[in-house]
Design a protein around this ligand. Structure first.
Ligand code: IMP
Length: 432
């Protein structure tokens, strides 16, 4: 039962798309289990750039099944655009390659209006992606959401939209001073989407159970990152889902005893989009260099990402919360040419030294990073095909990360292309 979870250990944008695409070659089924179109997984295959918001990054591999699990919130027009774009490029020829859970919830236009309207009014801005993610998850928990099973049923769709609109229009007009939405055009729009998506909708938990029993290999694809988890992240500057490994089971409908390996994707430095504390943030020329060289602009919103040094406190925390088995370090090439590279090993708070992440975002904002300094390396490293060919300083940097996190290195990514990767240990090979 080789089931591997791959997830982000920082604030998202760790380069998970590429790692998942790479490991998808060894998997039979790839599953998204949380988040929605707030995610943006970018991958470059044969020079062609692909950005996915909802469809699992494994879709570029022929013959693999891609599942959107019950824990995801699905935005129909975005999903349909993604399906169409894939088909235009010659992928997803076989529609049975994509399955959507009948229990996943739908993001509706009013969720986006509420998300944007509320963010505008909010004093301490979270900097949401404006994709309606928070309001859609709120409705799910409030038991007012619309699930795929009802979305693709004309009578249920009308009934639920009618019920929900009565309430949402009150909120939109009285609280957000927006125009109300009309039922008929919304129903017609949704009906059009439902017709397109119906063929993909099924009980995906049954599909996964069958696959596990047949000994197939399953890859669970996390979105966002551990520090954006609604319980374990830097609350309230977080997303609205659980991004951690434990939620792979809840969000896909499989039991925890099935998971064999959890791989944490770690950017060789740190980035964050949106508001919230970020102790190792660099607002100097090194921060700018990381942003420009690393192409650190959001795949979903295009916003510039805040950049900073590697923070071992953050990744050690992620190792604990997720029970990581291994690390995949990405974007090491971005650090080439920087003379001295810093790693944050702990925080200073007044006269105290903290080696664990504090629960309070306000306290974290007052923490000063304690750095150790390592030698950088001059040469470009993208073309290296073996760990031992990396400059010694780069090897030392990676080994130091491994030592500080106390989790073994499985993969090192040296560039955007599939080939620019060192696979030290393959999580699927280990559990087969
Ligand atoms: P939301 O998920 O749109 O509600 O946004 C909440 C916070 O999570 C904001 O700071 C976003 O910038 C951040 N966020 C959401 N999705 C991603 C992602 O895929 N990568 C990085 N940050 C994200």
């Amino acid at each position: 039962m080789p089931c591997v979870v791959v997830l982000g250990t920082q604030w998202g944008d760790e380069g998970k798309g590429k790692i998942i695409d790479l490991l998808a070659e060894y998997a039979d089924v790839i599953v998204r289990f949380q988040g929605g179109s707030n995610a943006g997984h970018t991958l470059v295959v044969k020079g062609e750039k692909h950005v996915f918001h909802l469809i699992p990054s494994g879709i570029l591999h022929k013959g693999k099944t891609c599942v959107i699990g019950n824990g995801v919130v699905v935005d129909p027009p975005i999903l349909i655009d993604e399906i169409d774009a894939l088909k235009q490029r010659g992928y997803l020829r076989d529609d049975s390659q994509l399955l959507i859970s009948d229990r996943a919830h739908i993001v509706l236009p009013y969720h986006k209006l509420i998300d944007k309207g509320r963010e505008e009014l909010r004093a301490g801005k979270i900097g949401t992606t404006g994709r309606g993610i928070g309001p859609a998850y709120e409705d799910k928990v409030a038991r007012e959401g619309l699930r795929l099973i009802d979305f693709v049923d004309e009578a249920q769709l009308r009934k639920r939209l009618e019920l929900n609109l009565a309430q949402k229009n009150q909120y939109l007009t009285h609280f957000l001073r927006e125009k109300p939405l009309d039922l008929e055009p919304l129903y017609e729009e949704c009906l059009g989407y439902a017709k397109r998506l119906r063929k993909y909708v099924t009980d995906t938990s049954i599909v996964l159970d069958r696959a596990i029993k047949e000994g197939k290999r399953i890859l669970f694809e996390g979105a966002q990152g551990t520090l954006l988890d609604v319980d374990h992240g830097t609350y309230p500057y977080v997303t609205s889902s659980n991004t951690v490994a434990g939620n792979a089971c809840v969000g896909a409908g499989v039991g925890p005893t099935q998971i064999d390996c959890v791989l944490g994707v770690v950017k060789a430095y740190t980035t964050r989009v949106g508001g919230g504390p970020f102790p190792t943030e660099l607002t100097d020329e090194i921060g700018t260099l990381l942003r420009e060289r690393g192409g650190e602009y959001g795949a979903t919103t295009g916003r510039p990402r805040r950049c900073g040094w590697f923070d071992a406190v953050v990744v050690r925390y992620a190792a604990r919360i997720n029970g990581l088995s291994g690390l995949a370090v990405t974007k090491l090439d971005t650090l080439s040419g920087i003379e001295k590279i810093k790693i944050c090993t702990a925080y200073r708070l007044g006269d105290k030294v903290l080696s664990d992440l504090p629960a309070s975002a306000e306290i974290l904002a007052r923490c000063e990073p304690i750095y150790e300094e390592l030698e950088g390396w001059e040469e470009q490293i993208q073309g290296k095909r073996d760990f031992s060919y990396l400059p010694l300083a780069a090897q030392r940097y990676l080994r130091r990360i491994e030592e500080l996190i106390q989790i073994p290195l499985y993969i090192v990514s040296l560039g955007a292309e599939r080939e620019e990767t060192l696979m030290l240990r393959n999580p699927f090979a280990e559990v087969s």
